[in-house]
Design a protein around this ligand. Structure first.
Ligand code: C2E
Ligand code: MG
Ligand code: MG
Ligand code: MG
Length: 285
C-alpha cells in the first residue's frame, strides 16, 4: 500500500507501523480502540467546478488523532487496519462522521460529500443497507453522498462489486472511480462498471502543463469519460497554470492544494461560506 502511494507521487512521511510483531499488535489494539472511540476524525477537501468555480463536492479523508503520536495520515494506519480486518468498521465510522458533517451544511449548501471505500466494503452486500440507514439517521437524501473506489478493490470479486455498486446507484448514491490512470486501468472494463465519475490521478494531472504526452492522455481520457456519461474530476491540482490546462482539456471538476488543502470540519464550513460570499461579491462588480 505504501509502495503504491509512493508510486502515485503522494508523499506522506510514514512511520512503519508494521515493523516488529509487538508494535504491530499494539497498533492493531490501539486502532480498534480508536475506531470504537472518538480518535478518528475527517478532514474535508473541496471540489470545485472548472466552468464557474462553484463548490460541487467535498472529499472526506480520514485522520487518526493519536493520543501520543499526533495527527496521523491514512498511509500510517490503513495497512494495519486492513491486516486487522478493521476496514469495515473504519468505513462505517468515516461514513458517520462525513454524513454528520454534511448534515450541518446541507440545508444551506447542497454540496455532496465523497467517502472512500476499501475492497472489504465494495464486496459487502450489506453496504447499500448500511448506507441507507446512515443517510436516514442524518436526514440526508442519497444525492448527498458519493462513494469512491479504486479499480483494484473490485479485482477479488468483480461480479459482487458490480451488484453492490448498482444497488447504490439505484438508491441515488453517486459512485466514483478513484486514482484512475494508475495500476492496471483497463479501458474495456469501464464499459461494465456502474459509475458516475472518474477521478484522474495526480500522477497524470500534475504534468499536463509541461508534458504533451500527459496532456494527450488526459485529453483522451476526458473524451472517453464523457462518451461513457461520466464526469471527470482532476485530482492534485496544485497551481493555476495546471488548472488552466486541465480546464482547456475539458475536465469538469478540480480538487487539489491549489484550491484548498483538506481541512477540519469547522474550517470547511467557514471556507464554504466565505467562498460563496466572495463569488457573490465578484458577481456584483
Ligand atoms: P485519495 O482518495 O486519492 O485522496 C487524495 C489524497 O491526495 C489525499 O491524501 C489528499 O490529501 C491528497 N491531495 C489532495 N490534493 C493534493 C495535491 O494537490 N497535491 C498532493 N500532493 N496531494 C494532494 P490523504 O488524505 O493522505 O489520503 C491518502 C489516501 O488514503 C486516499 O487517497 C485514500 O486512498 C486513502 N483514504 C483516505 N481516507 C480514507 C478513508 O476514510 N477510507 C479509506 N478506505 N481510505 C481512505
Ligand atoms: Mg479518494
Ligand atoms: Mg484519489
Ligand atoms: Mg490519487
Amino acid at each position: 500500500y505504501a509502495a503504491k502511494r509512493a508510486g502515485t507521487g503522494v508523499h506522506v512521511h510514514v512511520p512503519d507501523p508494521l515493523s516488529g510483531t509487538g508494535d504491530r499488535l499494539r497498533t492493531m489494539e490501539e486502532l480498534r480502540t480508536a475506531i470504537e472511540g472518538d480518535e478518528l476524525v475527517i478532514h474535508l477537501q473541496p471540489q470545485v467546478s472548472f466552468a464557474d468555480g462553484t463548490t460541487v463536492g467535498a472529499e472526506a479523508l480520514v485522520r487518526w488523532q493519536h493520543p501520543t503520536r499526533g495527527l496521523l495520515a491514512p498511509a500510517a494506519f490503513l495497512p494495519a487496519a486492513e491486516q486487522a480486518g478493521l476496514l469495515r468498521p473504519l468505513t462505517d465510522q468515516v461514513l458517520r462522521l462525513a454524513l454528520a458533517a454534511t448534515a450541518r451544511w446541507w440545508p444551506e449548501h447542497a454540496v455532496p460529500v465523497s467517502v472512500n471505500l476499501s475492497a472489504a466494503n465494495v464486496t459487502d452486500l450489506d453496504l447499500p443497507a448500511t448506507v441507507t440507514a446512515a443517510l436516514a439517521r442524518h436526514g440526508l437524501p442519497a444525492g448527498a453522498l458519493t462513494l469512491e473506489l479504486v479499480e483494484d478493490t473490485l479485482m477479488a470479486d468483480p461480479d459482487r462489486g458490480r451488484v453492490v455498486l448498482s444497488e447504490l446507484r439505484t438508491l441515488g448514491v453517486r459512485t466514483s472511480i478513484d486514482d484512475y490512470g494508475t495500476g492496471y486501468s483497463s479501458l474495456a472494463y469501464l464499459r461494465h462498471l456502474p459509475a458516475d465519475e472518474l477521478k484522474l490521478d495526480r500522477s497524470l494531472t500534475s504534468d499536463v502543463a509541461d508534458d504533451p504526452r500527459a496532456a494527450a492522455i488526459v485529453e483522451h481520457t476526458v473524451a472517453l469519460a464523457h462518451a461513457l456519461g461520466l464526469r471527470l474530476v482532476a485530482e492534485g491540482v496544485e497551481d493555476e497554470r495546471t488548472a488552466d490546462v486541465l480546464r482547456a482539456l475539458r475536465c469538469d471538476i478540480a480538487q487539489g492544494y491549489g484550491i484548498a488543502r483538506p481541512m477540519p470540519v469547522p474550517d470547511f464550513l467557514t471556507w464554504l461560506a466565505a467562498r460563496r460570499a466572495s463569488r457573490a461579491a465578484r458577481a456584483h462588480v
